[in-house]
Design a protein around this ligand. Structure first.
Ligand SMILES: O=C(O)c1cc(=O)[nH]c(=O)n1[C@@H]1O[C@H](COP(=O)(O)O)[C@@H](O)[C@H]1O
Length: 233
Protein backbone atom coordinates (compact mmCIF):
# COMPACT_ATOMS: atom_id res chain seq x y z
CA UNK A 1 0.00 0.00 0.00
CA UNK A 2 1.46 3.34 -1.04
CA UNK A 3 1.55 6.10 1.56
CA UNK A 4 -0.33 9.26 0.52
CA UNK A 5 2.77 11.37 -0.15
CA UNK A 6 4.32 8.58 -2.27
CA UNK A 7 1.57 9.11 -4.81
CA UNK A 8 2.98 12.54 -5.71
CA UNK A 9 5.47 12.78 -8.59
CA UNK A 10 6.86 16.27 -9.14
CA UNK A 11 7.30 17.43 -12.74
CA UNK A 12 10.85 18.81 -13.08
CA UNK A 13 10.15 20.98 -16.10
CA UNK A 14 13.47 22.86 -16.24
CA UNK A 15 16.71 22.81 -18.22
CA UNK A 16 18.80 23.46 -15.10
CA UNK A 17 20.33 20.26 -13.74
CA UNK A 18 21.71 21.84 -10.55
CA UNK A 19 18.35 23.36 -9.69
CA UNK A 20 16.63 20.01 -10.40
CA UNK A 21 19.00 18.09 -8.12
CA UNK A 22 18.60 20.67 -5.37
CA UNK A 23 14.81 20.49 -5.64
CA UNK A 24 14.84 16.66 -5.65
CA UNK A 25 17.04 16.66 -2.52
CA UNK A 26 14.70 19.09 -0.75
CA UNK A 27 11.59 17.11 -1.72
CA UNK A 28 12.97 13.67 -0.86
CA UNK A 29 10.76 12.07 1.77
CA UNK A 30 7.97 14.56 1.07
CA UNK A 31 6.93 13.20 -2.34
CA UNK A 32 7.14 9.80 -4.05
CA UNK A 33 9.23 10.60 -7.11
CA UNK A 34 10.33 12.97 -9.83
CA UNK A 35 8.99 13.23 -13.35
CA UNK A 36 11.57 14.13 -15.97
CA UNK A 37 10.17 15.30 -19.28
CA UNK A 38 11.17 16.56 -22.69
CA UNK A 39 12.56 19.90 -21.50
CA UNK A 40 14.96 18.44 -18.93
CA UNK A 41 15.87 15.41 -21.06
CA UNK A 42 16.60 17.45 -24.19
CA UNK A 43 18.90 19.72 -22.21
CA UNK A 44 20.60 17.15 -19.98
CA UNK A 45 20.14 13.68 -21.49
CA UNK A 46 20.53 10.36 -19.64
CA UNK A 47 23.32 11.78 -17.44
CA UNK A 48 20.90 14.40 -16.15
CA UNK A 49 18.36 11.71 -15.31
CA UNK A 50 21.08 9.63 -13.62
CA UNK A 51 21.89 12.64 -11.43
CA UNK A 52 18.26 12.76 -10.26
CA UNK A 53 18.19 8.99 -9.67
CA UNK A 54 21.33 9.40 -7.56
CA UNK A 55 19.38 11.55 -5.12
CA UNK A 56 17.53 8.31 -4.38
CA UNK A 57 14.16 9.09 -5.90
CA UNK A 58 12.15 6.97 -8.36
CA UNK A 59 11.96 8.63 -11.79
CA UNK A 60 9.09 8.77 -14.26
CA UNK A 61 10.71 9.26 -17.68
CA UNK A 62 8.02 11.21 -19.52
CA UNK A 63 9.11 11.32 -23.16
CA UNK A 64 5.69 10.37 -24.56
CA UNK A 65 7.05 8.30 -27.43
CA UNK A 66 4.82 8.33 -30.53
CA UNK A 67 6.39 6.81 -33.65
CA UNK A 68 6.42 3.60 -35.66
CA UNK A 69 6.41 0.45 -33.48
CA UNK A 70 10.06 -0.49 -34.02
CA UNK A 71 11.34 3.00 -33.20
CA UNK A 72 9.28 3.26 -30.03
CA UNK A 73 10.32 -0.23 -28.83
CA UNK A 74 13.99 0.58 -29.48
CA UNK A 75 13.72 3.90 -27.64
CA UNK A 76 12.21 2.15 -24.61
CA UNK A 77 14.96 -0.47 -24.60
CA UNK A 78 17.49 2.37 -24.82
CA UNK A 79 15.96 3.82 -21.64
CA UNK A 80 16.64 0.59 -19.71
CA UNK A 81 20.04 1.66 -18.30
CA UNK A 82 18.46 4.86 -16.93
CA UNK A 83 16.25 2.60 -14.77
CA UNK A 84 13.10 4.70 -14.73
CA UNK A 85 10.26 3.40 -12.58
CA UNK A 86 7.68 4.59 -15.15
CA UNK A 87 7.92 5.34 -18.89
CA UNK A 88 5.22 6.48 -21.32
CA UNK A 89 4.10 6.51 -24.95
CA UNK A 90 1.10 8.04 -26.73
CA UNK A 91 -1.83 5.62 -26.97
CA UNK A 92 -2.61 7.22 -30.35
CA UNK A 93 0.42 5.36 -31.72
CA UNK A 94 -1.99 2.44 -32.22
CA UNK A 95 -2.23 -1.24 -31.20
CA UNK A 96 1.00 -2.57 -32.71
CA UNK A 97 3.07 0.27 -31.26
CA UNK A 98 1.48 -0.27 -27.84
CA UNK A 99 2.15 -4.01 -27.90
CA UNK A 100 5.80 -3.51 -28.84
CA UNK A 101 6.14 -0.80 -26.18
CA UNK A 102 4.78 -3.12 -23.47
CA UNK A 103 7.18 -5.90 -24.50
CA UNK A 104 10.14 -3.52 -24.59
CA UNK A 105 9.24 -2.11 -21.17
CA UNK A 106 9.22 -5.59 -19.66
CA UNK A 107 12.55 -6.46 -21.34
CA UNK A 108 14.08 -3.25 -20.04
CA UNK A 109 12.92 -4.01 -16.48
CA UNK A 110 10.75 -0.88 -16.27
CA UNK A 111 8.06 -1.24 -13.64
CA UNK A 112 5.18 0.56 -15.36
CA UNK A 113 4.96 1.21 -19.11
CA UNK A 114 1.95 3.44 -19.60
CA UNK A 115 0.22 5.39 -22.38
CA UNK A 116 -1.05 8.96 -22.55
CA UNK A 117 -4.72 9.07 -23.59
CA UNK A 118 -5.80 12.64 -24.38
CA UNK A 119 -3.53 15.37 -23.01
CA UNK A 120 -4.96 17.32 -20.10
CA UNK A 121 -4.35 20.60 -21.95
CA UNK A 122 -6.96 19.62 -24.57
CA UNK A 123 -10.73 20.05 -24.37
CA UNK A 124 -13.66 19.17 -26.61
CA UNK A 125 -13.03 22.06 -29.03
CA UNK A 126 -9.39 21.00 -29.42
CA UNK A 127 -10.46 17.44 -30.29
CA UNK A 128 -12.91 18.75 -32.90
CA UNK A 129 -10.13 20.89 -34.39
CA UNK A 130 -8.11 17.74 -35.12
CA UNK A 131 -11.12 15.86 -36.46
CA UNK A 132 -11.97 13.77 -33.39
CA UNK A 133 -15.70 14.13 -32.97
CA UNK A 134 -16.30 11.75 -30.05
CA UNK A 135 -16.55 13.19 -26.55
CA UNK A 136 -13.27 13.54 -24.62
CA UNK A 137 -14.50 10.87 -22.22
CA UNK A 138 -15.37 8.33 -24.94
CA UNK A 139 -12.05 8.88 -26.68
CA UNK A 140 -10.08 8.56 -23.43
CA UNK A 141 -11.89 5.33 -22.48
CA UNK A 142 -11.37 3.90 -25.98
CA UNK A 143 -7.62 4.58 -25.74
CA UNK A 144 -7.43 3.23 -22.17
CA UNK A 145 -9.04 -0.05 -23.25
CA UNK A 146 -6.71 -0.28 -26.25
CA UNK A 147 -3.76 0.31 -23.93
CA UNK A 148 -4.88 -2.43 -21.55
CA UNK A 149 -5.64 -4.91 -24.35
CA UNK A 150 -2.09 -4.48 -25.62
CA UNK A 151 -0.48 -5.31 -22.30
CA UNK A 152 0.56 -1.96 -20.81
CA UNK A 153 0.25 -1.25 -17.11
CA UNK A 154 -1.89 1.88 -17.16
CA UNK A 155 -2.60 5.28 -18.65
CA UNK A 156 -2.05 8.97 -18.12
CA UNK A 157 -5.44 10.68 -18.01
CA UNK A 158 -7.14 13.68 -16.46
CA UNK A 159 -8.89 13.20 -13.12
CA UNK A 160 -12.21 13.81 -14.84
CA UNK A 161 -11.93 10.43 -16.61
CA UNK A 162 -10.83 8.27 -13.67
CA UNK A 163 -14.31 6.89 -12.93
CA UNK A 164 -15.18 5.76 -16.48
CA UNK A 165 -11.69 4.24 -16.97
CA UNK A 166 -11.92 2.35 -13.67
CA UNK A 167 -15.29 1.00 -14.82
CA UNK A 168 -13.87 -0.10 -18.19
CA UNK A 169 -10.41 -1.34 -17.10
CA UNK A 170 -10.77 -2.43 -13.45
CA UNK A 171 -8.97 -1.68 -10.21
CA UNK A 172 -5.47 -2.93 -11.08
CA UNK A 173 -4.97 -0.69 -14.09
CA UNK A 174 -2.66 2.18 -13.08
CA UNK A 175 -3.99 5.72 -13.45
CA UNK A 176 -1.38 8.48 -13.53
CA UNK A 177 -3.03 11.86 -13.31
CA UNK A 178 -1.60 15.29 -14.25
CA UNK A 179 -3.65 18.49 -14.52
CA UNK A 180 -3.67 18.66 -10.72
CA UNK A 181 -4.41 22.04 -9.20
CA UNK A 182 -4.84 22.69 -5.47
CA UNK A 183 -7.56 25.29 -4.82
CA UNK A 184 -4.79 27.86 -4.12
CA UNK A 185 -2.83 27.32 -7.41
CA UNK A 186 -3.08 28.92 -10.88
CA UNK A 187 -4.61 26.84 -13.69
CA UNK A 188 -2.04 27.90 -16.34
CA UNK A 189 -2.46 26.04 -19.66
CA UNK A 190 -4.22 23.02 -18.15
CA UNK A 191 -7.88 22.63 -19.08
CA UNK A 192 -9.11 19.35 -17.50
CA UNK A 193 -8.10 19.83 -13.86
CA UNK A 194 -8.95 18.65 -10.31
CA UNK A 195 -7.58 19.20 -6.78
CA UNK A 196 -5.12 16.62 -5.36
CA UNK A 197 -7.57 15.35 -2.72
CA UNK A 198 -10.45 15.00 -5.18
CA UNK A 199 -8.22 13.15 -7.70
CA UNK A 200 -7.11 10.65 -5.03
CA UNK A 201 -10.69 10.22 -3.82
CA UNK A 202 -11.69 9.55 -7.43
CA UNK A 203 -9.12 6.72 -7.57
CA UNK A 204 -5.85 8.08 -9.02
CA UNK A 205 -2.75 5.94 -8.33
CA UNK A 206 -0.20 8.71 -8.96
CA UNK A 207 -0.57 12.49 -9.16
CA UNK A 208 1.82 14.37 -11.46
CA UNK A 209 2.23 17.89 -10.10
CA UNK A 210 4.51 20.54 -11.59
CA UNK A 211 4.03 24.27 -11.30
CA UNK A 212 1.88 24.29 -8.12
CA UNK A 213 5.03 22.99 -6.39
CA UNK A 214 7.95 24.11 -8.58
CA UNK A 215 6.72 27.69 -9.10
CA UNK A 216 5.55 28.18 -5.51
CA UNK A 217 7.46 30.74 -3.41
CA UNK A 218 8.42 27.81 -1.19
CA UNK A 219 8.25 24.48 -3.08
CA UNK A 220 8.91 22.43 0.08
CA UNK A 221 6.03 24.11 1.88
CA UNK A 222 3.76 23.62 -1.17
CA UNK A 223 4.62 19.90 -1.35
CA UNK A 224 4.04 19.51 2.38
CA UNK A 225 0.69 21.28 2.12
CA UNK A 226 -0.44 18.99 -0.71
CA UNK A 227 0.76 15.86 1.13
CA UNK A 228 -1.19 17.00 4.21
CA UNK A 229 -4.33 17.44 2.08
CA UNK A 230 -3.96 13.77 1.11
CA UNK A 231 -3.40 12.37 4.59
CA UNK A 232 -6.26 10.40 6.02
CA UNK A 233 -8.31 10.24 2.82
O1 LIG B 1 2.41 12.61 -19.45
C1 LIG B 1 2.33 13.58 -18.67
O2 LIG B 1 2.98 13.60 -17.63
C2 LIG B 1 1.33 14.62 -18.96
C3 LIG B 1 0.22 14.22 -19.69
C4 LIG B 1 -0.88 15.10 -19.82
O3 LIG B 1 -1.92 14.74 -20.40
N1 LIG B 1 -0.79 16.34 -19.29
C5 LIG B 1 0.32 16.78 -18.61
O4 LIG B 1 0.31 17.91 -18.10
N2 LIG B 1 1.41 15.95 -18.50
C6 LIG B 1 2.64 16.43 -17.84
O5 LIG B 1 2.38 16.72 -16.47
C7 LIG B 1 3.06 17.90 -16.05
C8 LIG B 1 2.06 18.85 -15.48
O6 LIG B 1 2.72 19.99 -14.98
P1 LIG B 1 1.92 21.21 -14.30
O7 LIG B 1 0.82 21.62 -15.24
O8 LIG B 1 2.98 22.25 -14.13
O9 LIG B 1 1.38 20.67 -12.99
C9 LIG B 1 3.83 18.42 -17.26
O10 LIG B 1 5.17 18.01 -17.11
C10 LIG B 1 3.20 17.73 -18.45
O11 LIG B 1 4.15 17.42 -19.44
Amino acid sequence: MMKAFERIYVALDTTEVEYAIELAEKLKGLVGGMKVGKEFFTANGPQGVAAIRKVGMPVFLDLKFHDIPNTVASAIRAAGPIQPEIINVHAQGGPEMLKKAAQAGREAGINWTIAVTILTALDQDDLSAIGLNDSVEDQVVRLAKLTQENGLDGVVCSAKEIAPIRKACGEDFKLIVPGIRPAWAAKGDQKRIMTPADAIKAGADVLVIGRPITQADDPVEAARKIAQELEGL
